[in-house]
Design a protein around this ligand. Sequence first.
Ligand code: MFK
Ligand code: FAD
Length: 498
Amino acid sequence: MEFLQDAPRLPHPFHQDRLLKALIAQRVPPARRAALEADLIALGDYACMAYERRLASTPGEPVLTQWGPWGERIDRIELTQAWREGPELTTRHAVLAAGHDAEAGAHGRLEQFMRVYLYHLASEFYTCPLAMTDGAATALKAAGNKDIIARALPHFLSRESDRFWLSGQWMTETAGGSDVARTGTVARRDEQGQWRLYGRKWFTSAVVGEAALALARPEGAGEGTGGLALFYVETKDAQGRWRDLSIDRLKNKLGTRELPTAEIHLDGLPAEPVAGLDHGVRRVAPMLNVTRTWNAVCATASMARCLALASDYARRRQAFGRPLIEQPLHARTLADMQAEFEGAFALTFHVAELLGQVEHHTASPAQTQLLRLLTPLAKLWTGKLSVAIASETLECFGGAGYIEDTGLPQLLRDAQVYAIWEGTTNVLSLDTLRALSASSLDPLNEEIERLLTHHDDRTAAEAVRSALDRARAFIDDCGNDAARLQAGARGLAITLAR
Ligand code: MFK
Ligand code: FAD
């Protein structure tokens, strides 16, 4: 009989996840575990179902229809099945709302990001607009505009799908995505005093969202990011029709193909300033830091999926007389990947926990500073590592890893986005310098010493101390030479992250 290779099977993402269970045991109060685990099991079940469904059918993609049968502009987008299921599933299991749950307090963020971690791969990047909605809720709370908070947050944080709204994050334009100072979108008051936005946004990922936070320059304002304002917009009228915006096209992307990322024109879209008419970047920063945390969690979830499949396959595939897992070099390859992944997992969930502590004012000043530093580090390091691990995973499957209907190539294509959006590796390396320049390294040292003493791991303690010493020496050595400091920023950031 002809040989047929056993396909890899996906272990249950919650029941079989040793790291996640250990994290719950260590960091989640016993009284909160049952409710959390019920949601994690349900999201794990959904992930298993989605994995089988993906293999059984051709993956879907969103479709934009711009014109109706009689010539009217409609810009209707049909979404994939996972996207249609997203609102009901994620509100039921509080994938977003858990992070803002008053009862959970400082633990809310950790519990939320465990849900995100289990849901992400099944979501077909519905997590992207969820992240932006979470970021919008966080930025609006920080800005303190009572009217907008009262209007938007009951929707953004809803646990009922029919009330739930998604928010976009409209920053990138043709002239600049990293350098948003080049924003060309203009805000102008109409005769009734209503602000309206005019311009072109070049990448809008939650184009189906009901709201967005958008950067625009009020007419007559100065140049640079200081002259930008942050605006809150609602995209649809009471009948569900687009208000004063048109969708030019959906992007034809390397990966994240189920995510409808659009180019749009704003043609007088009504808008409200979130807080004042300047310093838009400062005001959007809380959103950036939250979406960067989501990015790190989702990149880590992609690594977990890669390792789960590669490890399972290594037990099913034979070469040279034994299963791959019994070949010392293959076992070593997987172990190296696992070690890198576990480091990324620890870093990422430490950021998630710190975020909750800072938001609930239970963090020390040193922990607050550590969060500011670790957020770009976690984002940039997991972004890069997820591509390396996805690439190695494909190789672990040999030729099968290169073949589309195994579903494996998509892991690599999708991973490439984590390093690009929400600040590229270089931009986040420079943000690391920004975070470091805001204060000295001493409180960081103290906090890291405290963590390492707690973990009682001398080798790790020495490695971290030596990385910090090297970072400090490099910064001191650069003195006022900004060009040298910037040129070394990526090396510095990656050393610190690892
Ligand atoms: C599935 C996974 C989920 C992920 C979903 C992702 C969806 C994808 C959506 C997107 O990609 S949205 C677009 C994301 N775009 C970016 O992330 C922009 C990248 N560029 C930067 O981050 C630049 O560094 C930046 C635009 C911030 C540079 O602007 P500036 O004005 O030249 O910087 P400047 O003057 O240093 O900073 C202005 C203020 O912001 C300063 O505060 P002050 O006004 O009080 O002095 C900075 O301290 C503050 N700031 C900047 N970055 C900050 C920050 N504050 C806190 N945290 C930060 N990260
Ligand atoms: P550029 O800024 O032109 O960067 C090009 C290169 O130059 C990069 O390698 C960068 O690291 C490097 N570089 C830039 N400045 C420096 C510097 N000072 N020093 C060293 N190197 C530097 N944006 C939104 O606003 N909303 C969205 O919903 C959204 N969705 C997206 C979805 C997808 C799938 C993708 C791919 C992008 C999305 N983006 C979105 C856009 C994304 O945030 C930008 O593409 C990203 O911030 C980079 O900007 P850019 O494309 O203009 O590249």
